[in-house]
Design a protein around this ligand. Sequence first.
Ligand code: ADP
Ligand code: MG
Length: 261
Amino acid sequence: MNTDAAILPTLAKALRLPTISRRCVDLAETATAESWPVTRYLRALLDEELADRADRRIARLLHNAQLPISKTLAGFDWKAVPHLDRRRINALAQDPGWVERGDNLLLFGPSGVGKTHLAAGIVHGLIALGKTAKYARTTDLVQHLQAARAEHQLPKALARLDRFNLLILDDIGYARRGDGDASVLFELIAHRYERRSLIVTSNHAFSRWDEIFTDSSMTVATIDRLIHHAVILEIRADSYRRKQAGERQPDDNYGDKPDDN
Ligand code: ADP
Ligand code: MG
């Protein structure tokens, strides 16, 4: 290896080009062996760096999103929910237009029917397209925002969430006005209205949202903003969780011991 080639990895690293740093020596050998023009060598290095950079960005976005792992649309059993329009849900994951407009997605249904799974699967798809997202259990986020408000930092905390194109508020129905002032939730939804998207999951119909908010006018104001530009999906099915647990039970008294997972 000549001295120029030997110094290349260090120079590339100093310029924060990790892929070029890793690949430049090997590729220089290939280029020499195959008599590449210098431009082809340079192009090959830059192409690899760009491709890796895009992959690293997606990996970082996925990490930051803190999605429940492995919940992708590819792993979703559509037969369990035949009334759901699979094409429409795939479109939500593959066409980011609704996120760019700041529209919302609301998923309703009883516990265990796949609301969180679908939300995470859709967001997986959107992150692969470069959208930024954050998953939160609503109760955790409400606590976080209440703490921020106690320190007069609520506007700042809301602004910080603006860097996410999409925020998942999972299980909004578990937030309770009795757990403290849930008006931070109204503040959040009003703050993002028509600017940044929300995916909200709930096992409570709107008629029970009075249990979440401080008073009914706040409930109405919140629902109005959420549904103004929104796709609303209702999932009617038996709990997948329970069904799977059921399938694992032995079907007679002579079989194996029931497994306990
Ligand atoms: P919910 O949020 O509606 O309570 P989850 O999305 O948490 O339900 O689903 C419960 C469990 O069942 C999860 O492990 C989820 O991956 C799985 N699950 C639910 N519905 C389906 C489905 N149609 N196909 C595959 N897995 C499913
Ligand atoms: Mg859930």
